[in-house]
Ligand binder design. Structure first.
Ligand code: ARG
Length: 455
């Protein structure tokens, strides 16, 4: 039976019930709803609404209910209740009779759902934080294993300058560290409790809302009842933090898909995260990474969904807001799955050092070094840039790398070039010169890794 039948003489249509009910989605808030209900029972007991015995009976029945149904969501859904709040209340009434009907005194489903969802966000957010840290650890381990493996660095997907694999891995560590701090920030901001705000105007009972907030593990109570029941910023922030993080995961996936391609062949992915083709026996497809890249799109979709749902809602609660949960749940599920999968992929990545090095040696990735050499001999950089461009054109025509051009040929472009140019053109020298904070010199990458590991 619905919680609100008194005012109605007619029945809901079947279609309306299907359309309106949120239990098939919000059954996931069972634990939070019961936790909130226990805290509310205690709060209204303090306010003189219930006796200690009544409170005791209610909290015990709530605990029993949780134990009975928490592992059988299908049983919850089969109850046909309108939402998780109606489910818990009606089960409570079935257990303790009329006493169960007292629990909702001074409470509304509006402050109830806002509280349940924030409790869920806190719990799930903490889980996501631990997964982000795992991916970061996986990248640090990979950086350590492959610290000095050389590969081409790209801009415009054109070979630009050589970098080390460790440097590549630490680039993503920076991104995931920002994701971690963004999520921590969102969790701090959502750490306020809406319970006791009633339907919109505040509850009429003498509840100590700060004590209630503390009993639920919140840092404090929310300060404005209209805002409290209609605020879904935390849903938007988590979807937004997830979107940014999924963008990072997707870029990392894309890099590795390319590195793993037949054309690049810089890395090999482990068998446990790749699949074969039903037709082509030679294939080993990077499905895990492609799905990470693909799921980013669906997470962005949910962010757009909730932003659009909220944009024109008048204060305070509107049923539109019931649409917040499906997207949020899917976002947090997808994000957590992708982080787990990324950690597993990183564990098994093997770098094909010879191929990666050979690729770094091709494509004139040392052209900047030749320009810097000319600058060192007194030529202005812009002129050196032009001269080296001509040398590269020559080398391309001959199908040779810069270091294979004889000294006379080089001198034909700039007579200040001497025999000492050749060591400057080596990969080792390209790397070693970038021994500057944030640079790819092995020494710098080692220092960066050590600093991250010490954190
Ligand atoms: N199922 C609802 C939701 O998720 C609960 C709040 C309903 N409140 C109301 N006044 N109808 O938003």
């Amino acid at each position: 039976m619905a919680l609100w039948g008194g005012r109605f003489s007619g029945q809901s249509s079947e279609l309306f019930k299907l359309f309106n009910d949120s239990l098939p989605v919000d059954f996931r808030l069972l634990e939070q709803d019961i936790q909130g209900s226990v805290a509310w029972a205690e709060a209204i007991t303090q306010a003189g609404v219930l006796t200690q015995e009544e409170c005791q009976a209610l909290t015990q029945a709530l605990a029993e209910l949780l134990a009975e149904v928490k592992d059988t969501p299908e049983q919850i859904i089969a109850s046909g209740a309108e939402d998780i709040h109606s489910f818990v209340e009606s089960q409570l009434i079935a257990k303790v009779g009329d006493l169960g009907k007292k629990l909702h005194t001074g409470r509304s489903r509006n402050d109830q759902v806002a509280t349940d969802l924030k409790l869920w966000c806190k719990q799930e957010g903490a889980h996501l934080l631990s997964l982000l840290i795992e991916v970061k650890q996986g990248l640090l381990a990979l950086a350590e294993r492959e610290l000095d493996a050389v590969m081409p660095g790209y801009t415009h997907l054109q070979r630009a300058q050589p970098v080390t694999f460790g440097h590549w891995a630490l680039a993503y560590v920076e991104m995931f560290e920002r994701d971690i701090s963004r999520l921590e920030d969102a969790l701090n901001r959502l750490n306020t409790c809406p319970l006791g705000c009633g339907a919109l105007a505040g509850t009429a009972y003498a509840i100590d809302r700060q004590a209630l907030a503390a009993s639920l593990g919140f840092a404090s109570a929310t300060l404005n009842s209209l805002d409290s029941v209609s605020d879904r910023d935390h849903v938007i922030e988590l979807c937004s933090d997830a979107s940014i993080s999924m963008m990072h995961l997707s870029r990392m996936a894309e890099d590795m898909i390319f590195f793993n391609s037949g054309e690049a062949n810089f890395i090999e992915l482990a068998d446990n995260v790749t699949s074969g083709s039903s037709l082509m026996p030679q294939k080993k497809n990077p499905d895990a990474l492609e799905l990470i890249r693909g799921k980013a799109g669906r997470v962005y979709g949910s962010l757009m969904g909730i932003l659009t749902t909220m944009k024109a809602l008048p204060l305070a609660y509107n049923k539109d807001m019931q649409e917040d949960k499906e997207g949020l749940f899917d976002v947090m599920d997808s994000w957590s799955l992708c982080l787990k999968m990324a950690a597993l992929v990183l564990e098994g990545v093997k770098v094909n050092r010879d191929n990666a090095l050979a690729a770094a040696q091709q494509g004139y990735a040392n052209a900047t070094e030749l320009a810097d050499y000319l600058v060192g001999k007194g030529m202005p950089f812009r002129q050196a840039h032009h001269v080296v461009g001509e040398v590269v054109l020559h080398a391309i025509a001959e199908g040779k790398p810069l270091e294979a051009l004889p000294l006379e040929v080089l001198q034909g472009y700039a007579d200040i070039i001497a025999e000492d140019v050749y060591p400057h053109l080596s990969i080792d020298s390209c790397l070693a010169k970038r021994n500057i904070l944030g640079g790819t010199a092995v020494e710098q990458v080692k220092a960066a890794l050590t600093a991250k590991q010490a954190k």
